[in-house]
Design a protein around this ligand. Structure first.
Ligand SMILES: [Zn+2]
Length: 184
């Protein structure tokens, strides 16, 4: 499965545009809660959703650990629920993944499957993953991490990402190559 031609550049443009709309620099971190608020998408945690409605607890029974986040559709409205038992980096990535589905106007999937986020369409899942990565760390941010010599630990903290996400974005944005080039 590969992304359609031009999608990666489009995703980065969208990630930069969202920052502009919020008055942020292209290299700035962007918390999913802030973007969701801008897009008028309520974000709830599993804990609060379960506290609010016991049926949600039943829905997630046995799968609660495995599900990272999900989008609940009610007519034209969406709500994002994030599994707050996961570490913060994973929560940010899961929340941005769900926001990405909304930004890309992906149609709602069929009723929730046991894994929560529906993997019924590999292409739209891949698009959401890619855009989520760009929303977390734009190409500009990745290049700035290299330029400023930010350590991985600092970058993880600054952008609220896991080491795996940081490594992936540094590779995919081409920033890693720049580091090697500038060192040689
Ligand atoms: Zn998804």
């Amino acid at each position: 499965m590969s992304l359609r031609h031009g999608f990666k550049a489009e995703a980065n443009r969208l990630a930069v545009q969202m920052r502009r709309e919020l008055g942020l620099h292209p290299v700035s971190p962007l918390a999913p809660a802030r973007l969701a608020e801008h897009l008028a998408i309520p974000v709830k945690t599993f804990s609060s959703a379960i506290a609010h409605d016991a049926r949600i607890g039943l829905l997630l029974t046995g799968e609660r650990e495995a599900v990272s986040a999900l989008t609940v559709h009610a007519g034209a409205r969406r709500e994002i629920w994030v599994n707050d038992s996961h570490d913060p980096g994973r929560q940010n990535s899961s929340a941005h993944h769900e926001i990405a589905h909304a930004l890309l106007m992906h149609p709602p999937g069929p009723a929730l499957d046991p894994r929560g986020c529906r993997h019924w369409d590999g292409e739209i899942e891949e698009e959401a993953n890619w855009l989520a990565g760009s929303l977390l760390i734009t190409n500009e941010a990745a290049w700035s991490i290299v330029r400023r010599g930010t350590s991985p630990e600092e970058a993880m903290l600054q952008y609220g990402v896991s080491r795996q996400m940081l490594t992936w974005r540094m590779n995919m944005s081409g920033a890693r190559g720049r580091r090697i080039q500038s060192a040689s």
